[in-house]
Write a protein that binds this ligand. Structure first.
Ligand code: PMV
Length: 328
C-alpha cells in the first residue's frame, strides 16, 4: 500500500531545485465563475474534486499580488495590515510555505478588485496570483499544469484561475492529484459578459470546505450530483465550442440551482440564499420571459451572477443599476 503524498511533497516535486529569490515578484490573476460547478472533494488535503468543472474568467476582476523577502511575514490587503495570526494571513502564509524555502519571510501586498468572502471566489484569484507572484520572485518558468496544480493546493477553484477565458478542471483519478488541473478550453467569446449582483457582503456562514463536507456526508440529493455534472459538463463544453449562448446559459443556470439543491438538503441545511437572492432570481426569470437573453448562476454565497451578451447590457443595467460587469 502506498501513502498519499502531502501538499508539501507535491509542491516539492513540481518546483525547480534552484530557489534564490529576486527583489520582488508581482502578478495578477482573474477570478473565475464556474458554469459547471465544483462541489465535493475526494481528498481534502490535496483539494481533489469528485467531478470535473468548467469556468469562465472574470477579466479585470481578480487579485494583484506582490511578494518580497522581508524580516518577518507581513500581509497587507487592500492597504490594511493583517496580523500574522489572522485567519486570512495564516491561510495565505501556510500556502506560501509550500512554495518558499524554509526561513524565507515574505511581505505580501494583495489588492482585490472584488469583495472578499462573499461567494465571489476571491480566494481563487488570490491563490492563483500567489503562485504567479512567487514564480516571478524566483524567476521560475513553470509548466502551466504545475502552476494549476500548485494553485489548487491553496483553493480548489484556483486551479481554474491561471488561464483567461473558458477553463475546464480535469478532475483526475490519481491519488496524488497530478492529473487534476485546469486547462484552457477556448478564448472568451468577445460578446459574453458576466455581471455580479452583490446582494450581501456579509461573510458567508459556512465556508466551502465545511459546506462540501457536510453536503457529501448528509445530503441524499448529493447522490445525484455526479450524474448531474456528467450531463451538464458535456453540454456546457459543447455550447462553449459552438458559441451557443442559450445552451450555455440554460445548462449553467440549471447546474448552479442543482448544486444549491444538494446543499439545501444537507443537515444542518446550507441555505446561502437571502431574500434578495430569491428576488433577483425571479427578476432574471421575468426578464428572460420578456425576451432578454440572461441566465443566472450562484456560488457558495447569496450573490447572483448573470450571464448575458453585451447586447443586453443596457436593459440589465436598467433592471439592476448596481450590476458590476466583467468582460471575460
Ligand atoms: O475552491 P473553493 O473551495 O473556493 O470552492 C469553490 C466552490 C464553488 O465556488 C461553489 C464552485 C466552483 O466551482 O467554483
Amino acid at each position: 500500500m502506498h501513502t498519499v503524498p502531502s501538499p508539501a511533497q507535491i509542491a516539492h516535486r513540481l518546483l525547480p531545485a534552484a530557489r534564490e529569490p529576486g527583489r520582488e515578484g508581482t502578478a495578477f490573476a482573474s477570478a473565475n465563475i464556474a458554469l459547471c460547478k465544483y462541489w465535493g472533494k475526494r481528498d481534502e488535503a490535496l483539494k481533489l474534486p469528485l467531478t470535473g468543472s468548467l469556468s469562465i474568467s472574470m477579466g479585470t476582476l481578480g487579485t494583484r499580488m506582490t511578494v518580497r523577502p522581508a524580516a518577518a511575514d507581513c500581509l497587507q490587503m487592500q492597504g490594511e495590515v493583517f496580523a500574522a495570526d489572522h485567519k486570512v494571513a495564516r491561510r495565505l502564509f501556510g500556502f506560501l510555505d509550500l512554495l518558499r524555502p524554509p526561513g524565507l519571510c515574505l511581505e505580501v501586498e494583495s489588492e482585490n478588485t472584488i469583495p472578499m468572502g462573499a461567494g465571489l471566489a476571491s480566494s481563487a484569484s488570490a491563490f492563483a496570483a500567489a503562485v504567479r507572484a512567487m514564480e516571478a520572485l524566483f524567476g521560475w518558468d513553470l509548466p502551466p499544469r504545475s502552476r494549476s496544480i500548485l494553485a489548487r493546493l491553496g483553493s480548489g477553484s484556483a486551479c481554474r484561475s491561471l488561464e483567461r477565458g473558458f477553463v475546464e478542471w480535469l478532475p483526475g483519478e490519481a491519488a496524488d492529484g497530478m492529473d487534476s488541473y485546469g486547462v484552457g478550453l477556448a478564448p472568451p467569446w468577445p460578446e459574453l459578459r458576466v455581471g455580479v449582483l452583490t446582494l450581501s457582503e456579509a461573510e458567508k456562514p459556512v465556508g466551502s470546505t465545511e459546506g462540501m463536507r457536510r453536503t457529501v456526508e448528509t445530503s441524499r440529493l448529493f447522490d445525484a450530483w455526479p450524474a448531474q455534472v456528467a450531463r451538464d459538463l458535456p453540454r456546457i463544453r459543447a455550447a462553449v465550442m459552438a458559441g451557443d449562448f442559450h445552451a450555455l446559459g440554460a445548462a449553467a443556470e440549471q447546474n448552479a440551482l442543482s448544486m444549491h439543491a444538494t446543499m439545501i438538503a444537507a443537515w444542518p441545511p446550507i441555505l446561502y440564499w437571502r431574500p434578495e437572492t430569491v428576488a433577483a432570481l425571479h427578476r432574471v426569470h421575468a426578464l428572460r420571459a420578456a425576451g432578454l437573453p440572461v441566465y443566472a448562476t450562484l456560488d457558495a454565497g447569496p450573490n447572483v451572477k448573470l450571464l448575458f451578451p453585451v447586447s443586453a447590457r443596457a436593459d440589465l443595467l436598467a433592471a439592476f443599476p448596481d450590476l458590476l460587469i466583467a468582460t471575460p
